[in-house]
Design a binder for this molecule. Structure first.
Ligand code: MEV
Length: 319
């Protein structure tokens, strides 16, 4: 076999963002919008990439140049992933995403995981899930310098995970699909910019920030129990508390606040931003009979609803 197509899921952060960058836990779920990659080994020592979703067409480089010179933004994660895999032969990669890279669903991490998994299968390296996670997380850190790796874990393992920074704990939670509504703000946020912004604000009052992170960690522990008990009312309350703490960190913006309060007024159990903040998406947990009203309220205050199923399968072979 010298060609394979694999797919990996996008993710939604349920609770614990930002604090998870600093040795605290979070809860993340994998969503059914997937990144697909077809990976083919070549005889020539070159790397070729087509990634139309991020405007990369017929990008080509010799294997010994990987990671060097200016790499187009849309090629960075895949090129560095191949370099880190220390591939000896040439390779052609084509990616295709079911979701827009604007949503903050973790398209870069999902494509990194796809490529490492595909190479592991094609070369017979047969890396286990943790080894795939470690190599993909190293790739993300090589490029971004920062990040907890929760999105990489969601792409590899799928399901809903209790996760601690860098994969110190990756614990699958055996829960049903969540009655989650996802609202897109229409504003693109950049994770590293937001992490740095929170860091700058934290310098003004480091102890307060530590206290906020500890409070987030506490509510993540409570949410883990509530999720295992399918206690949606409790999870809703914890989401609201988490949002208040994220606001104190400076991660929210008016648009997200408006979407969140609209969802709550329309009958959601709770709502919060999901991910880095500053834009991207918010999530609301709502009883079935309130779902249409909550969706309408979010659309009015924001931009659009993204229909997702949660708790889906991790990286897998498609063909
Ligand atoms: C971004 O989606 C979530 C953050 O916690 C960053 C990370 O965990 O890598 C802000």
């Amino acid at each position: 076999m010298n060609k394979i197509t694999v797919s990996a899921p996008g993710k939604l952060m349920l609770l614990g963002e930002h604090a998870v960058v600093y040795q605290r836990p979070c809860i993340v779920t994998a969503v059914n919008q997937r990144m697909k990659a077809t990976v083919e080994l070549l005889n020539e020592p070159i790397f070729q990439l087509n990634a139309p979703d991020v405007q990369v067409a017929n990008y080509q480089k010799s294997l010994d140049q990987l990671g060097q010179d200016d790499i187009p933004k849309g090629a960075r994660f895949i090129e560095v992933a191949i370099k880190n895999f220390a591939l000896k032969s040439g390779v052609k990669v084509t990616t295709c995403s079911e979701f827009s890279s604007l949503f903050g669903f973790g398209s870069s991490s999902a494509s990194t995981v796809c490529v490492i998994y595909a190479l592991s299968e094609l070369t017979g390296a047969n890396l286990d899930q943790k080894a795939i996670f470690d190599l993909a997380y190293k790739t993300v850190l090589d490029i971004q310098g920062k990040g907890s790796g929760f999105d990489v874990a969601a792409a590899v393992f799928g399901g809903t995970l209790y996760f601690v920074t860098g994969g110190k704990v990756i614990e699958p939670l055996n829960i049903p699909s969540l009655p989650l509504i996802v609202g897109y703000s229409g504003i693109k946020a950049d994770t590293v910019t937001l992490i740095n912004q929170v860091l700058e604000k934290a310098k003004e009052n480091p102890q307060t920030t530590e206290d906020i992170y500890n409070n987030i960690a506490k509510l993540v522990e409570q949410a883990k129990v509530a999720l295992l008990n399918t206690d949606w009312t409790m999870i809703g309350q914890l989401m609201d508390q988490n949002q208040a703490l994220l606001k104190q960190l400076g991660a929210s913006i008016d648009k997200l606040d408006n979407m969140i309060s609209a969802a709550r007024k329309a009958g959601a159990y709770g709502a919060k931003l999901s991910g880095a903040g500053g834009g991207d998406c918010m999530i609301a947990l709502a009883p079935e009979n309130k779902t249409p009203a909550v969706k309408n309220a979010i659309i009015k205050a924001g931009k659009q609803i993204i229909e997702v199923e949660t708790n889906v399968e991790g990286v897998k072979i498609e063909a």
